[in-house]
Design a protein around this ligand. Sequence first.
Ligand code: GLP
Length: 241
Amino acid sequence: MKIRIAEDYDQMSTWAAELVAQQIKEKHNSVLGLATGSTPEGLYRLLVQMYQEGKLDFSHIITFNLDEYLGLAPTHPQSYAYFMHQHLLDHVNLKPENIHLPDGLAQDLDAFCQKYEEQIIAAGGIDLQVLGIGRNGHIGFNEPHHYLSVGTHTVRLTEDTIEANSRFFNSKDEVPHQAVTMGMGTILKAKKILLLANGKTKAKAIKDALCGRITTRIPASFLQLHRDITVIVDKEAASLL
Ligand code: GLP
């Protein structure tokens, strides 16, 4: 595990963008696993900038997003699909058929989850998975529980996550209680993982995930088992390491 401690959010985002750009340049048809949330916003802004400057080509890149709220249409401003279009997908030359976003409105969710796993396998597996971390140690929407699921699945969100994510909604009542997410197995099968975290609110989760025992109570602790993971955190998120 490589851990890099950045001065601040901007440096974290710059280092992350350099790593993703290197992946895209080394393999022009890379399969990228993408995360939402405030953490990777700076990374996406820099990737868009590199594309606009002619330094990156996404025309053969394939993307799979980590998760989505159940019940939110892609046109809903708080859906993760909307976030991805706003921050990255609409601003680079990704082919629409190469973009995969979990469908929070799928009629048959079990069939959707199975198909999503099959699509990832058919694409050759994820080359680089970008991850943020919840303040309770979740990755994607793999929430702390007495067990974790392997493949893409639906999940009931914890009170802590609903509370943490309510900052993006008008009120806590509007936050969906369920989501669809890649599973721990889907994430751990990625060839490379890039975990990002910034700010004091993530310090405990980062300490527990990277330095503690592996436990389903801290889903991110399973990342310690991965062979090729880079963690880029700012000073505040690293303050308990
Ligand atoms: C959300 C998402 C995660 C994300 C995390 C942190 O609930 N499901 O994929 O990494 O929480 O979000 P943020 O970056 O906004 O702190």
